[in-house]
Design a protein around this ligand. Structure first.
Ligand code: ZN
Length: 328
């Protein structure tokens, strides 16, 4: 149908009525949920906590998507615009976002900015190997520590939007129960890995909290930050270790180059010891958004299940997915 000018004006007027009706429905509440608060989160893990706690009440965007390394990430011009526009910015802190820190501290003087990773109690933090007075930021690797972050997200959202505090309290409670179930699953599965195989060799030191929580020895080729250099000597040390301890699997990470892990495997092969890649772990970023691994629960489940199976333990291939009704 071809529209005359008059008809199209009429059509627009009709659209206007439809729009007014729709907005009216929004105004009266329940039928259509409109977010009350806009939040920018730095990492996808923090964004997921906001989503879990805030539900439809909060519109959240993450600056860093799948495969993005937070240690090296620098803000883009559109990130800055989004952060300036948002009601609040939630970041991890503990020097994880090393390149964003100056900007975020400055922004904190102008609007609500929360470093939610820093809610973890000091005495539960592991000291940073490269800096005095700094801590290992990878606290999400221990679900019980992550619970403190979920609570900090609840408190931050309640402060920005006090009318929603009941929603946030309920959302946090529900998610904390899921995180607890995740922890129980992780304990039960990882326990099935035999004592001699309880070793996790990864591209960088992101798994110290995991190791402490679940009793694994953890060795990264690079240090706590991916910005540190992995020397040839470190590779040689780890090759010795793999051969002497008869470790058969090492792991790559979605947000870190595989190059060093390949060097390890080749080094071990040259000594007549076969090491395979036990799978890809999510260390500093979650999986694809919209997928199960694109949630905090799915990310840790993927790691736990993959590590258990690669090191000869007992875990279902599908992990705990579905048990919480979270499956995609
Ligand atoms: Zn890291």
């Amino acid at each position: 149908m071809r529209m005359t000018r008059r008809n199209s004006l009429k059509f627009l007027a009709t659209l206007g009525v439809v729009a007014a009706t729709l907005f009216g429905a929004v105004g009266t509440g329940k039928a259509v949920a409109t977010p009350s608060v806009t939040v920018v989160a730095t990492t996808s893990m923090v964004a997921d906590a906001v989503r879990q706690v805030g539900g439809d009440r909060v519109a959240v965007t993450a600056l860093m998507g799948p495969g993005v390394d937070p240690h090296a990430y620098r803000q883009t011009r559109s990130d800055i615009a989004a952060m300036l526009k948002a009601d609040a910015v939630l970041w991890h802190g503990l020097y994880l976002e090393a390149q964003l820190e100056d900007f975020l501290l400055e922004l904190a003087e102008r609007k609500p900015v929360y470093a939610v990773g820093e809610a973890v109690s000091r005495d539960r933090l592991i000291a940073h190997s490269d800096y005095d007075n700094r801590y290992d930021p990878h606290v999400w690797m221990d679900p019980m520590l992550w619970q403190s972050v979920v609570l900090a997200v609840r408190d931050a959202l309640s402060e920005i939007d006090p009318d929603g505090s009941e929603t946030y309290t309920a959302g946090a409670e529900r998610h904390l129960a899921e995180v607890e179930a995740l922890n129980a699953y992780a304990e039960a599965r990882l326990e099935t890995v035999s004592a001699g195989q309880r070793v996790l060799v990864t591209a960088h030191d992101a798994f110290s909290y995991f190791g402490r929580a679940f009793d694994f020895e953890v060795l990264g080729i690079q240090g706590i930050s991916t910005e540190s250099e992995a020397g040839l000597r470190r590779i040689e040390e780890l090759v010795d270790f793999l051969v002497e301890r008869d470790i058969s699997a090492v792991f790559v990470e979605s947000s870190v180059s595989e190059r060093n892990i390949r060097a390890l495997i080749e080094g071990a092969a040259a000594r007549g010891h076969t090491v395979t890649v036990g799978g890809e772990l999510f260390s500093d970023a979650m999986g694809k958004s919209g997928s199960y691994e694109g949630t905090y629960i799915g990310m840790i489940d993927h790691n736990v299940t993959g590590i258990t199976r690669a090191l000869g333990g007992d875990a279902p291939a599908e992990g705990m997915q579905g048990r919480l009704g979270l499956g995609s």
